[in-house]
Write a protein that binds this ligand. Structure first.
Ligand code: HEM
Ligand SMILES: *[C@@H]1O[C@H](CO)[C@@H](O)[C@H](O)[C@H]1NC(C)=O
Ligand SMILES: *[C@@H]1O[C@H](CO)[C@@H](O)[C@H](O)[C@H]1NC(C)=O
Length: 367
């Protein structure tokens, strides 16, 4: 009897190790077994948010980008400032600019509820919400790789250093993307994200008043809602069809009607001109390359396996994680040794908030 128990304990430990090892690769099917309703829930909330305000689709897409370029796609962007967190939300490119955090909060709440416990990471929510936003506004779809985990840190300084500025020229943009392992094609395709959303006057004022590589009628038009002095927070669309995912962004670049300096830089006599031309008349090529580059961007420095954590509130680091996982481990072990039953923790604790929280945290445990 005793030896049988020990044998089963070994099986249990091997099983536990195996599940941890398995989880260290991203996969589109990551949540299929553990919470099949997770992805449809995200999609439903994104669609509702975009229906309520079309701009939100662009805002959510941008959140994933600003997350991935700082420490990798780890939801570091979502952490609020505390005595130990120097929030990325306060970095120059994000302050009074990135938005949509409330939508992410709502998704997180409803997904955790429907899954019965916090299994879906905030980093994965950002990646899926970005895809669903693009689809909701008429863009391409792709299979989002999943299984990212959330950071326990954030870096305002890194956000200031890594996020590209709207006055960068082509060499600076290429270098900025190269630092993230992204090439010129990724730069052009992903900049096509500016087919959605708005920009504030203060960020393109210099271009529309003093720029040389700009269509004069376009500059005149933009000056109407962006005065030479003041009005820095007034909005203009990044392309004429800012609530539709299309190729207007690229055809505008060819007409010297890019809004930001960094937009026009992609078509200014440099190495990316040809690709801009191609995308301007070939929506299929743009869609395919955009989807590919989004997947590539979504892979930047992801935390998997035992690294990172699953937050239950995207704005806060999960602090009791180690205690909870230790307690959960003890409970499971005792249960296993006493009953010698199949390891059916999900069913057993599915409705108990504390125990079910421990279950997910248990998966973080190091052996
Ligand atoms: C290539 C370098 C990039 C630069 C310099 C840049 C810069 C900017 C700036 C300055 C704004 C306006 C912010 C404001 O007015 O508050 C903006 C908005 C936006 N960016 Fe980018 N961006 C870049 C790449 C990207 C990428 C790769 C994506 C996504 C794939 C993206 C998606 C967006 C979207 C959707 C908006 C509009 C957001 C909204 O309306 O809330 N951008 N970007
Ligand atoms: C932030 O942006 C809003 C418009 O979205 C504007 O009304 C507000 O004055 C801005 N605040 C600062 C400090 O720039
Ligand atoms: C444009 O250039 C003039 C002359 O150099 C300068 O005074 C002005 O501040 C610049 N910017 C804008 C937005 O007019």
């Amino acid at each position: 009897m005793a030896s049988r128990s020990i044998f089963q304990l070994q099986v249990f430990l091997i099983f536990a190790l195996a599940t941890t090892a398995f989880s260290s690769v991203l996969s589109p099917y990551y949540y299929e077994k553990v919470c099949p309703k997770a992805l449809p829930t995200i999609k439903r909330i994104v669609e509702a948010a975009v229906y309520k305000e079309r701009r939100m689709g662009g805002s959510l897409l941008r959140l994933h980008f600003h997350d991935c370029f700082v420490q990798g796609c780890d939801a570091s962007l979502l952490l609020d400032a505390t005595s130990t967190i120097d929030s990325e939300k306060n970095a120059r490119p994000n302050l009074n600019s990135t938005r949509g955090f409330e939508v992410i909060d709502q998704i997180k709440k409803e997904v955790d509820k429907i899954c019965g416990r916090p299994v879906v990471s905030c980093a994965d929510i950002l990646a899926v919400a970005a895809r669903d936003s693009v689809v909701a506004l008429g863009g391409p779809s792709w299979k989002v790789q999943l299984g990212r985990r959330d950071s326990t840190t954030a870096s305002r300084n890194l956000a200031n250093d890594n996020l590209p500025s709207p006055i960068m020229d082509l060499p600076a943009l290429i270098k900025n993307f190269k630092n993230q392992g992204l090439n010129e094609k990724d730069l052009v395709a992903l900049s096509g994200g500016h087919t959605l959303g708005l920009s504030q006057c203060g960020l393109f004022k210099e271009r529309i008043y003093n720029g040389t590589n700009i269509d004069s009628d376009f500059a005149k038009e933009r000056r109407k809602t962006c005065p030479r002095t003041g009005g820095d927070t007034k909005f203009s669309p990044l392309d004429p069809t800012f609530a539709r995912f299309d190729t207007a962004y690229f055809s505008n670049l060819i007409k010297k009607k890019g809004l930001l300096e960094s937009d026009q830089a992609l078509f200014s006599g440099g190495s990316t001109d040809e690709l801009v031309k191609t995308y301007s008349y070939n929506p299929k090529a743009f869609s395919a390359d955009f989807a590919n580059s989004m997947i590539k961007m979504g892979n930047i420095n992801v935390l998997t396996g035992k690294r990172g954590q699953i937050r239950s509130n995207c704005r806060k680091v999960e602090s009791l994680e180690w205690l909870l996982s230790f307690l959960y481990f003890c409970v499971q072990l005792i249960y296993f040794i006493c009953k010698c039953k199949k390891f059916e923790s999900v069913k057993l604790f599915g409705n108990n908030v504390l125990l079910s929280k421990m279950l997910i945290l248990f998966q973080n445990l190091e052996f």
